[in-house]
Ligand binder design. Structure first.
Ligand code: NAP
Length: 333
């Protein structure tokens, strides 16, 4: 497994990360034992970056990761880089409300995350979204205090635009921006990615498989209750056929290269720069094995051209989030 340096920090990460969100209900029910086995298999394969959020299953995801780390071989456990998002507020019924990234809240959320994860520090700590009521300088300033105190190694950002990135980077070094980036979500290319590059900030890309839609495995109408995909515009009846037609075009390229559709989609993101780390949301070992296979796929100019003919920029039908959530994305303003 190759590694890259994260931003201008002293941290390195495997070139592919594991996102653990789907193990805590965001994509409907998942199997706890299989989730833990998947985290173990990822660590065993040399994946070091594990991404979570304190609000994934309202703490469930952090407790799951803690359990997996506890039962992992010490060398693997010690190599793990844990990235935690905070700020999204939940209710006891699993509902979502506002974001809270006030300095006092940052420290409060962090105290609970440290307990749940069973660690003495968090490697990368980041607000999940910009809190519109709190200047980013204040939020990042609170994280910087926690870096000084030894509770956090680096501050990260998530789904924010260039102006916010610049303001945050003026307060303290930013390791990486976590943001959606895939063959069918390419908005960052115009402005956000160049800003990160100018400031030496890495990108950890999520939604690389568009939450399974462009994995080559998605079956129409497969999303059940409690699954984000049941409300995601791209999976809705009026859009899904057009999006799955793009997948079939991609499958032709994948077949010609002797790889799977998911591997091609992951390899495409990885090929966009050695400062971009795909975080893959595998929650089963077979999915993880498939995703890791993408690391062996080397795409040449002709392959990249064939991919962009199959999935032209902007070809997706439907936005990447429902309208209310899109409106809260600083990265989309
Ligand atoms: N910063 C943010 O705002 C934000 C937002 C969302 C996610 N994230 C982070 O990014 C991580 C990954 O994002 P994502 O869940 O949106 O991702 P994704 O990797 O685009 O999609 C993951 C889903 O794709 C399906 N899939 C099919 N083949 C797969 C394969 N070979 N490998 C992996 N998955 C495959 C799986 O669905 P089935 O299991 O149903 O087959 C899986 O749940 C999350 O776990 C989370 O840590 C961050």
């Amino acid at each position: 497994m190759n590694h890259i340096k994260l931003g201008q920090t002293d941290m390195t990460t495997s070139v592919l990360g594991l996102g653990c969100m789907g193990m805590s209900g965001m994509y409907g029910p998942s199997d706890r034992a299989e989730s833990i086995a998947t985290i173990h298999a990822a660590l065993e394969a040399g994946v070091t970056l594990l991404d979570t959020g304190d609000f994934y299953g309202s703490g469930h995801n952090e407790l799951l990761i803690a359990e997996a780390l506890k039962s992992a071989p010490p060398s693997r456990r010690d190599s793990a880089i844990i990235s935690v998002k905070f700020g999204a507020m939940r209710d006891p019924d699993g509902g979502w409300s506002l974001y809270d990234a006030r300095p006092a809240s940052v420290k409060n959320f962090l105290a609970y995350s440290l307990q749940r994860l069973g660690v003495d520090h968090i490697d990368i700590y980041r607000p999940a979204r910009l809190d519109p009521n709190v200047p980013i300088e204040d939020t990042v300033g609170a994280i910087a205090d926690m870096v000084k105190a030894g509770h956090v190694r680096a501050a990260g950002l998530s789904e924010v635009g260039s102006d916010t990135i610049r303001r945050a980077a003026a307060v303290c070094p930013i390791s990486d921006l976590q943001i959606e980036y895939s063959l069918i979500s390419r908005n960052i290319e115009e402005d956000i990615l160049p800003t990160c590059r100018a400031l030496g900030i890495s990108v950890t890309a999520y939604g690389v498989l568009s939450r399974g839609l462009i994995s080559g495995h998605w079956q129409k109408a497969a999303a059940g209750a409690g699954d984000f995909r049941a409300i995601s515009p791209r999976f809705q009846a009026e859009n899904v056929d057009r999006n799955l037609a793009l997948v079939e075009a991609l499958r032709k390229v994948a077949d010609r290269l002797g790889v799977t559709v998911a591997q091609l989609a992951i390899a495409w993101v990885a090929a966009q720069g050695n400062d971009i780390v795909p975080i893959i949301g595998a929650r089963r070992r077979d999915r993880l094995t498939e995703a890791l296979g993408a690391l062996d796929v080397k795409l040449g100019e002709e392959d990249l051209m064939a991919i962009s003919q199959a999935v032209p920029k902007g070809a997706a039908a439907g936005e990447r989030y429902p309208a209310a959530q899109m409106a809260r994305l600083d990265s989309e303003v």
